[in-house]
Structure formats: C-alpha cells, structure tokens
Write a protein that binds this ligand. Sequence first.
Ligand SMILES: [Mn+2]
Length: 206
Amino acid sequence: MIIAVTSDVHLGREGALVEEFFQAMVAVAEKADIIVIAGDIVENDGPLASELFSKFLTLAKKHSFFEKLFFVYGGMKHEIKLLHATPGLLLNDYCLLSTAIGRVVIIHGNNIGLYYNSEQGEHAKLGAERAKKNLIRKPVNWLPVIQENDYLILGHLHKRFYHEPARIYCLGCWLPTKDTPNDTGYILLINDRKKDPFKALSYTTL
Ligand SMILES: [Mn+2]
C-alpha cells in the first residue's frame, strides 16, 4: 500500500503555494492508493478559499483521484464547515490505517497538546514525543487508543521532521518560509512494503 499524506495547505491564505500543491498532487496521485490531507486544507470558508477548494476537487475528479482522498479535520471551525458543505468527501477526526509496518494514525495535532509556534527545532520533536506519550497514557475519546508502536503522522506545527525512535512524522506546510524551506511543499509517501517506508517528495522535484 502506498499512502500519500500532506497537510496545512491553507488555500485562501496569501502566499500559499496553490499551483505547486495542485501540480504535486496530480503527480503523486497515480502512485498512491490513498491520499490523506491532514487538516488545514483551507484557510477559512471565505470566497477565495471555497473557490480554490472547489478547483482542487475538480482537479481530483479530472485526474481520477477524488475517490482516493481522505480529509482529516484541521484546527479551524471554518474548515469543518466548508468540508461538511461538500458532498461525497471522506472525513474524520483521524485516519487509522493498518499496514504492513503496523498502524499508521494520522491526525492534525492541534488538540493533543501540540502548540503551534511554541515548539521549534528540536523542541518540536520533544513536544510531539510528549504529546504521543500523553495519548498512550491518557487515551482521548475521539481517537483509537494509541500504542507505542503506532506511527503518528501530524500536521499543525508547519514544521517537517521525522522523529524516528518515537515513530512520529510531522508534515510541514504549503506556506512560504524563508528561513526553513525544508518545511514547505512536501508530500509524504509511506510505502509499507519498503525497508525504508517514509519518503518525502518536494514539489520542486515532482
Ligand atoms: Mn496550519
């Protein structure tokens, strides 16, 4: 199984890499069995965000990947409103996949004690590790009980890293970041048949 995951596109926000995102999705869609958007696909439910979101869905239908899409809720009520107004979408608070490498749990991350902007660099890794440990110790009612062996894939921080020992992958975003270009414009591919299952693809090389 090949899972494509990305998050925090923020369609409708000034500077968001919209065309780059569209093109990258078309490029990876063929390879992927499922495409998970882990929250914050849109900035709000305003006219620009709505228009760009419709454009994305039209593109998905045209290139035959609409049926592969799965949306995980992000951190904003406006987004949920827009997603709910669109018929035929697969939506949930999380995406849980049983794969050959074990369970892969994809959530946005805003409501598990991950703080945007307060956790940078190595601290982001530690913050994510702490959040996962908390979920294991104190399960929450909107998620399956998380186990240590689960791979946890997160958005929200707008940072991109793989914390391998803790089995946590943070996805980055589609907003321009001058200082840390490594965070912007990536799609994570998880191939559960490979020895090295995680591979991040940049839109610049797709
Ligand atoms: Mn975001």
